[in-house]
Design a protein around this ligand. Structure first.
Ligand code: ADP
Length: 257
């Protein structure tokens, strides 16, 4: 593997996704090459239909590329079977979605615990139980400590999204992928959630890639990539400074990988 792809935590080369709808082909992502350093906070911004969600699915291993490469944390998705790709996704990627996607019958704590179990970190001979001290730290950072016994319906949208961020962070993922994380929130809650993502980037050194159509949300990132018609057409600096490559506590404790 060339050094380029192993130095970066996210690396894509000529990434292309063509959807076939009958005889019509839609090139949703067209030859995207991007490289993200460990500890960076990158926003991808662009109008509706510019290919942001498709790029998110490709980076998250949720769909296969038509052409090109995706290398996450040194692992080339194309070289993996579907089962291996699923395992990598559960183990190394934390997702934050616009609609929170919390399980309604479980408490906030239950949602976080089940994400940890599903990640596979607790199982097998090298399994490590969920780090409750780390959860305390995340709960304080995200201001949800007193809300963990509540079910999603008993929480505000902003609280639900902060629980979803805790759920994403508890596995100490290599990258957090956030898709329109403030899309369902009012301005006050949006600001709080963006600040939480920024804190997790700064304090934990968490590499974060956020997709948004909102330029104000994108502005908090260290680097903003502008998408149009399936391509990255422009790059600009955001207000958030990026963290150096030595995160304080982002090393996955007892990670078998
Ligand atoms: P964005 O997230 O920026 O709104 P998308 O990635 O959803 O953009 O869409 C990019 C383009 O790909 C659009 O033209 C959209 O209509 C098309 N597209 C997205 N998903 C599909 C699909 N499953 N089948 C066919 N076309 C699709």
């Amino acid at each position: 593997m060339p050094p380029e792809s192993s130095r970066h935590i996210i690396f894509t080369e000529n990434l292309t996704k063509i959807y076939a709808a009958g005889r019509i082909q839609v090139a949703a992502v067209r030859g995207v090459s991007l490289a993200v350093e460990p500890g960076e906070f990158v926003a991808i911004v662009g109008p509706s239909g510019s290919g942001k969600s498709t790029l998110f699915y490709l980076l998250g291993g949720l769909t296969r590329a038509t052409e090109g490469r995706v290398v996450i944390d040194g692992v080339d998705f194309a070289a993996l079977s579907d089962a291996q790709r699923t395992r990598l996704r559960k183990h190394r990627i934390g997702f934050v979605f616009q609609k929170f996607n919390l399980l309604p019958t479980l408490s906030a704590m239950g949602n976080i615990e089940i994400a940890y179990t599903v990640s596979g970190r607790a199982s097998g001979p090298n399994g490590v139980p969920m780090d409750l001290k780390y959860l305390d730290h995340l709960s304080d950072m995200l201001a949800i400590r007193g809300r963990l016994e509540h079910r999603p319906a008993e929480l505000s949208g902003g609280e639900q999204q902060r629980v979803a961020i805790a759920r994403a962070l508890i596995t100490r993922p290599a990258i957090v992928l956030a898709d329109e994380p403030t899309g369902n929130l009012d301005t006050k809650n949006s600001d709080a959630v963006l600040q939480m993502l920024l804190r997790s980037n700064r304090e934990l050194g968490q590499t974060t890639l956020m997709i948004t159509h909102n330029p104000e949300a994108a502005a908090i990132a260290g680097r903003i990539l502008h998408m149009r018609d399936g391509q990255i057409v422009h790059e600009s600096a955001g207000s958030g400074s990026t963290v150096a490559a030595q995160p304080v506590s982002a090393a996955p404790a007892g990670s078998p990988s």
